[in-house]
Design a protein around this ligand. Structure first.
Ligand code: SF4
Ligand code: SF4
Length: 364
């Protein structure tokens, strides 16, 4: 187990509610240093479908994603002069110099990237052309890890608590995204109020079509860029660091106020999903999930997937034949007794719970 806040940038620790000091199962199935989705160490993933590899490339892993970094996290990173952050700092400064996707609220992906990301299929983990600009491909790691944003902080390819774990981390992503939006807006409102008052902080959908400027990833024309940044144009790094100082000075109560009712509701959902992830209960009646994917392997075992295509469960073939007996028409204990009487076989409660967590068996 580890504390929830251990997965998040240190800046957040004093700002977030007590809830974040609670423990959550450590996601030990996502063995990032020796990536479980890459061929050399693959585990629990269906390796190919119709002869096409479903594994990830070692020079991308799951980092085929371009984060949208909120101003205050960029500022925290820029203010960190440690050796560990030197490369991340260099890459972020390079991004600032490009003036593409550089706004007072965010460092955002270029329009071209967003367009490709939305329209490509089956690419995740499998193409270097959508690799994150902060990914260090020779070592296979993140250069801005300590300041990563909501998506990167909460993504795992597999979850120890299966579907309950996935729901917990997805809800945490929603809560964190809300925090990033509100805290970045708060900071801009103090430093560059016209940006917020003119509605530039409203969420933008990515482009439907790309212009020549988008395709070439050209910066905004000088005049537009100057209008966007006002008196901070040319001093973007100082602006982001001022955002960091403003956010750092907030109290947990201030943050709660800024997140408002939406934050309270998501926190309640998080509390529920945490309970399910930490102490799951086996339903009284189970049935084999009709959506389950079944892949027979050459050694006679079977890979079953349900809640997540990246997290299949391998079982001996005979065990699958027992699972078929769970039809949702009788209680779990009666099915188990029948399997003992008729097939001299049993499925221990721990195994059933694991299959339920993966939603291979589901509540009837
Ligand atoms: S979370 Fe990403 S890096 Fe970590 S094991 Fe999974 S695919 Fe690999
Ligand atoms: S910011 Fe880091 S963790 Fe997120 S996609 Fe990029 S390299 Fe991966």
């Amino acid at each position: 187990m580890s504390r929830i806040q251990d997965s998040l940038p240190v800046l957040y620790h004093p700002l977030f509610p007590e809830f974040f000091r609670q423990e959550v199962p450590s996601e030990t199935k996502a063995t990032c240093a020796s990536c479980t989705m890459c061929a050399s160490s693959a585990q629990g993933a269906v390796e190919s479908v119709d002869g096409v590899s479903r594994l990830f490339r070692p020079d991308t892993k799951c980092c085929t994603y371009y984060p949208r970094l909120p101003n205050f996290l960029v500022g925290a990173l820029l203010a960190d002069d440690s050796e560990a952050m030197a490369e991340g700092n260099r890459r972020v400064r390079e991004k600032l110099a490009s003036r593409v996707g550089v706004t007072p609220q965010w460092l955002s992906p270029p329009a071209r990237y967003t367009f490709l990301y939305r329209n490509a299929r089956q690419f995740f983990g499998r193409t270097s052309s959508l690799r994150c600009p902060f990914y260090e491909s020779s070592q296979g790691g993140c250069t801005i890890w300590a300041y990563r944003e909501a998506v990167c902080s909460t993504f795992f390819c597999k979850y120890v608590a299966g579907e309950d774990g996935r729901k917990f981390w997805m809800t945490l992503k929603t809560w964190l995204s809300l925090a990033e939006i509100q805290l970045s807006r708060y900071a801009v409102l103090q430093l560059l109020p016209d940006y917020v008052l003119s509605g530039r902080d409203k969420p933008e959908r990515g482009p439907e079509v790309l212009t020549p400027e988008d395709l070439d990833e050209r910066p905004l024309p000088e005049k537009e860029y100057a209008a966007l940044w006002g008196k901070w144009a040319g001093r973007e790094s100082g602006f982001y660091q001022a955002c960091f100082e403003l956010v750092r000075a907030l109290s947990a109560q201030d943050v709660e106020r800024l997140l408002g009712l939406d934050g309270s509701i998501e926190l309640r959902r998080l509390e529920k999903h945490l309970r399910d992830a930490v102490a799951p209960e086996l339903p009284g009646t189970l049935k084999l999930n009709p959506e389950v994917t079944v892949k027979w392997l050459p050694d006679g075992s079977v890979a079953l997937g349900a809640y997540n295509e990246l997290d299949a469960v391998a079982l001996p073939g005979v065990a699958y034949e027992l699972l078929v007996q769970f039809t949702g028409r009788e209680p779990v204990e009666r099915v188990r007794q029948r399997l003992r009487d008729e097939k001299q076989a049993d499925l221990h409660e721990d195994i059933l719970l694991e299959l339920y967590r993966h939603r291979i068996l589901m509540a009837a």
